[in-house]
Write a protein that binds this ligand. Structure first.
Ligand code: NAD
Length: 448
């Protein structure tokens, strides 16, 4: 019989996290489909027009103590997160459209919803962006900053941050801009000094996303990356993040197909079922799809999407089951579907004595509807990390891997892609910072 005793499991260390007092300023790089869906969504929720579905920070609960305690408060009541009413948005884009115009162009939210929010959305106008077509071939930016070198451009972004900081209490930056071409780390990415020199010399290895990230981190501003770009995944910016106590996390929102993969693959592995092939294809018609139609941007996305299976299956540990997986990913630009992406997965698995089976997954999703709450949660959790003494100096916040296709880890650590391990890690991190008991799921005590 399970015990009914109520454990004393209230957080002991909550005073250690600085309260979320005042306004949280969110600086959004790239006011396209995902960003405008997030911003419009937050405003719709604030006005009571809709529910924040898909957002763990707004709807999720966290179990504290034993199962018999029946104590599962809302996450936002357990930890001091910024209230949505205190969130203030600003941002940059390479086009002049305000958030209303951009959202109307993206066609994710219906006209009725947008109309209700129109004056608010119109009031958010992008600042001129740092842009170079070399890094996103399909776009022709018209609303861009001019500078004598990349250092000068970084300084201009820093000025934008400083000006915004005067109007709010804390700031977080998130990249929801386009996917840049595939870049590999070079010498310029190894140390802060080399990076700063590279800014001065207009090093080709430094794309706009790194200029924004450098500007943010140098000002102690946490930075999240919704795209698969290299950005902060380099020693120089990891070092800067630690030095300035400006938290960072992995990259590329985990929303559609990869989200499904990191749910299914751990299930096959848990049951020791083999996999011989996994073919994933997508059709997508929004601007993101158009950018990804360009091979150099697609390569960046492909690398990010490919990683998860390799790590989850651990073929070195299980050569009989996963050594020879044929894993293929396709993204096809197909304008008629707009943001309503369709994804197909064919999975060839095998079971007892090697007998083959097949699984088909057909996900008719809405890309930005899935991504908007992920972007919001990342922003709110990074702000929390910045206010948490035991987290802010770590640089990489691995507990946020839950949201990302490419988790970022300490050097030498393999990334954890399994969604349920990631979810446990996130919740245990919240328990830890609030001084609550961690939950191991051992549960022997119920049978004493
Ligand atoms: N929607 C999803 O489910 C999802 C999932 C994972 C990753 N992502 C990534 O999120 C990003 C945004 O996706 P989206 O659907 O909103 O794309 P989008 O094309 O609608 O929006 C991107 C915006 O960024 C702007 N931009 C490009 N370069 C910029 C720069 N240097 N500075 C400022 N603005 C810039 C573009 O003008 C555009 O408005 C993409 O990189 C995409 O790959 C999206």
């Amino acid at each position: 019989m399970a015990t009914k005793k109520k454990s004393v499991n209230r957080p002991k260390a909550s005073t250690k996290v600085t309260p979320a007092k005042g306004k949280l300023g969110v600086m959004v790089v790239g006011l396209g489909a995902v960003a405008t869906t997030m911003i419009a969504g937050v405003e719709a929720v604030r006005r009571g027009l809709a529910k924040p579905i898909g957002s763990l920070t707004q709807m999720g609960t966290i179990r504290l103590g034993k199962r018999t305690d029946n104590h599962s408060p809302l996450i936002k009541d357990f930890i001091p997160l910024a209230d949505l009413n205190d969130v203030v948005f600003t941002g940059w884009d390479i086009f002049k459209d305000n958030v209303y115009e951009s959202a109307a162009h993206a066609k994710v939210l219906d006209e009725k919803t947008l109309k209700q929010l129109k004056p608010y959305l119109q009031s958010i106008k992008p600042m001129p962006a740092v842009f170079d077509q070399y890094y996103v071939k399909r776009l022709h930016g018209t609303h861009v900053k001019k500078g004598k070198n990349k250092r000068d451009l970084a300084e201009q972004v820093i000025d934008d941050i400083k000006a915004f900081k005067k109007t709010v209490d804390r700031v977080v930056m998130i990249w929801t801009g386009s996917t840049e071409i595939f870049l590999e780390p070079t010498g310029v990415h190894q140390t802060i000094e080399a990076f700063e020199k590279g800014l001065e010399n207009d090093d080709i290895g430094i794309p706009p996303s790194q200029i924004y990230a450098y500007a943010a981190l140098s000002q102690g501003v946490p930075f999240a990356n919704g795209a698969p770009n290299l950005t902060v995944d380099i020693p120089a910016l990891v070092e800067l993040s630690k030095k300035k106590e400006a938290p960072i996390c992995g990259k590329d929102f985990k929303t559609g197909q990869t989200f499904m993969k990191t749910v299914l693959a751990p299930a096959f592995k848990a049951r020791m079922l083999g996999v011989s092939g996994w073919f994933s294809t997508n059709i997508l018609g929004n601007r993101d799809g158009e950018v990804l139609d360009e091979p150099e941007s697609f390569k960046t996305k492909e690398e990010s999407k490919l990683g998860s299976l390799e790590y989850i299956f651990q073929p070195d540990l299980y050569p009989d089951l996963y050594k020879n997986i044929y894993h293929k990913i396709r993204i096809n630009y197909y304008p008629p579907r707009g943001d309503e992406k369709e994804a197909w997965d064919n999975i060839d698995i095998f079971g007892w004595l090697g007998y083959p089976m097949q699984i088909k997954v057909n996900f008719l999703c809405r890309d930005s509807i899935l991504a908007a709450p992920v972007a919001l949660d990342l922003v709110l959790f990074l702000d929390l990390a910045k206010r948490t003494p035991s987290l802010k100096g770590l640089g990489i916040q691995e507990w946020l891997s839950f949201y990302l296709k490419s988790p970022q880890t300490a050097e030498g650590l393999y990334p954890e892609h399994d969604l349920f391990i990631q979810s446990m890690k996130l919740k245990n991190t919240l328990r830890h910072i609030m001084g609550a008991e961690l939950i191991t799921h051992l549960g022997l005590e119920y049978y004493d």
